[in-house]
Design a protein around this ligand. Structure first.
Ligand SMILES: *[C@@H]1O[C@H](CO)[C@@H](O)[C@H](O)[C@H]1NC(C)=O
Ligand SMILES: *[C@@H]1O[C@H](CO)[C@@H](O)[C@H](O)[C@H]1NC(C)=O
Ligand SMILES: *[C@@H]1O[C@H](CO)[C@@H](O)[C@H](O)[C@H]1NC(C)=O
Length: 527
């Protein structure tokens, strides 16, 4: 209350002396990620929270029954006006006393859709002109992206009024797959932290949550078919995601136009699976091998009947077309030590080439997934080790060294690719490493135009060895924002000074919206 009075007095004083205290300096709009085309004029509209409405245009095909849009209208009203309600009363003498009423009319050319997918249309146009601003989109997904941009256009004049420049924006993403990888196995992340991450993703126009849900360390996914997996494999009874909680994450993501792609990484990274599923893992015989069990046992029929049942459940729980099957970092020492596997290798004529055994496993798994009418994503090793992939299998490139060669090789073989190699956000260092993420360019690799078209996009990965709910958000944001702009905006948008200015304001906007994003450098946020 004290502060409020003081600020009002200061503002009044500023009017009297015709000077603007620097704390109130008008900040222009800071758009992040930069839209495809922006034309801004110098005519200003003033908004007032009482007279501001976002509504369906009567010509829209999706009406008020579209819960996804109603929910979005409500949220964006709060983001726009929520945090400075106390300053919304116009200070009379700022010379522009009549705040105009602005209506945002949403014109949508299609019915409300249920779930987004890889080919969802996220384009939109914004025509901001008094008294009605029009947001036009072909699909609900474009409306969501356009509302975010509209909210970013609004700033404050020196007296605290809400203002927006009349402008015309047309926009669509450069890449259709713009993801964030979270890891809930090295550390459990409470559902609340995941939902918060989804909010921040939407503020940066990300559209895929890659949920690396289980790994060696723990199995928090509560399976309906195989409850023992999490009963025995989770860190504790409370470190699990129940079917209801998984549904909640998927639904919350949907409302933001975000797809949830689960990763169940096999045959390596599976120590936690072995606790609740007998005979799934390979017994190791080597006296030098530290663990009693190795990767999933690829030579038993029971392995594949288990996997069929397990992934049948996964394919019905997660609505997205894609399931991530992992396939990275398989260690062969345990397989090598096992006499039954040695025998199998001999009969199959694999010699000592354990990559062939890994490929044998992966191919059987890929068959299971395609029988379930789903698509697969795999880590790059699966491609490198020459497993026979099915058409349309997506390869995710993660190894930093010579990743441009890998992009070339994968796309030359005709497979779609997702890039993560330059965007491992779990690697931290002193200074502004967002610049390094920002400068990585997904299409800078040798290859034809057709090859480049196979680049679906990329993902910023935050592996969880050193991350739990205490540091998840500041480690992700705004560092991942750099990747967000790289994947949404045009290739030519790469000026670091300009990006720094916009990102600084965008970071403060995230903070105001409840995202504990860390600072880029020295300075302060206007609250
Ligand atoms: C917005 O309008 C103000 C006031 O007319 C003007 O000074 C400013 O340059 C405009 N911003 C842009 C980006 O055109
Ligand atoms: C994506 O969703 C739309 C609308 O539901 C559908 O028409 C289209 O076939 C889907 N595309 C893919 C690749 O699944
Ligand atoms: C495993 O399945 C294969 C193919 O269906 C079959 O030929 C083989 O006999 C089975 N092995 C065992 C041990 O059941």
């Amino acid at each position: 209350m004290e502060l409020r009075g003081l600020l009002a007095a200061l503002a009044a004083l500023a009017v009297l002396s015709e000077q603007v205290p620097s704390a109130f300096a008008a900040q222009g709009p800071a758009l992040w990620p930069m839209p495809l085309s922006v034309q801004m004029t110098s005519s200003l509209l003033y908004l007032s929270p009482e007279n501001f409405h976002i509504t369906h245009d009567p010509s829209s095909k999706a009406g008020p029954s579209c819960a996804l849009l109603q929910e979005a209208f409500r949220r964006y009203y709060d983001y726009i006006f929520g945090f400075r309600k106390w300053r919304h009363h116009p200070i009379k003498s700022h010379g522009k006393t009549d705040l105009q009423q602005l209506l945002v009319s949403v014109v949508l050319d299609s019915e409300c859709e249920m779930f987004p997918n890889i080919s969802s249309d996220e384009s939109y146009t914004l025509l901001v002109k008094g008294p009605v601003a029009f947001l036009k989109a072909n699909r609900v997904w474009g409306v969501l992206r356009g509302l975010e941009t509209f909210s970013q256009l609004i700033y404050h004049d020196p007296y605290g009024a809400f203002i927006i420049n009349e402008s015309t924006i047309s926009d669509s993403p450069r890449f259709p797959h713009r993801g964030i990888l979270i890891d809930t196995a090295r550390h459990y992340l409470p559902v609340k932290a995941i939902l918060k991450t989804l909010d921040a993703m939407a503020f940066n126009k990300f559209n895929v949550l890659h949920w690396h849900i289980v790994d060696d360390q723990s199995f928090p996914y509560q399976s309906i078919t195989f409850p023992e997996l999490s009963n025995k494999g989770s860190y504790s009874w409370s470190h699990v995601y129940t079917p209801n909680e998984v549904r909640m994450v998927i639904e919350y993501a949907r409302l933001w136009g975000i797809r949830v792609i689960p990763e169940f990484d096999t045959p390596g990274h599976t120590q936690s699976w072995g606790k609740g599923q007998k005979d799934l893992l390979t017994p190791c015989y080597s006296p030098h091998h530290p663990a009693a069990f190795g990767p999933i046992n690829p030579i038993l029929n029971t392995t594949y009947s288990f996997l069929s049942k397990f992934f049948k459940e996964i394919s019905s729980v997660f609505p997205d077309w894609f399931i991530h099957l992992g396939g990275d970092e398989v260690e062969f020492a345990c397989w090598e030590s096992n006499p039954d596997i040695q025998n199998f290798m001999k009969q199959a004529g694999y010699g000592k080439d354990f990559r062939k055994l890994q490929s044998f496993y992966i191919q059987k798994l890929l068959d299971i997934i395609s029988t379930l009418k789903k698509g697969s994503i795999v880590w790059q090793e699966v491609f490198d080790e020459q497993a026979k992939l099915q058409q349309g299998t997506v390869v995710q490139v993660w190894k930093q060294e010579r990743y441009t060669n890998e992009l070339n090789a994968v796309t030359a073989s005709g497979f779609p690719v997702i890039l993560s190699a330059p965007w491992y956000l779990d690697w931290i260092s002193y200074g502004q490493d967002w610049i390094k993420y920002y400068e990585a360019e997904p299409l800078d690799f040798p290859g034809s135009q057709e090859q480049k078209q196979l680049v679906l996009g990329g993902e910023a990965c935050l592996w969880g060895e050193y991350v739990d709910a205490t540091n998840l958000t500041p480690r992700l944001w705004p560092r991942a924002s750099a990747v967000g702009e790289r994947l949404w905006s045009q290739k030519e948008i790469r000026n670091i000074d300009d990006a720094y200015k916009r990102l600084t304001v965008h970071r403060c906007r995230m903070v105001r919206r409840g995202i504990a994003a860390e600072p880029l450098f020295t300075g302060y946020c206007e609250m």
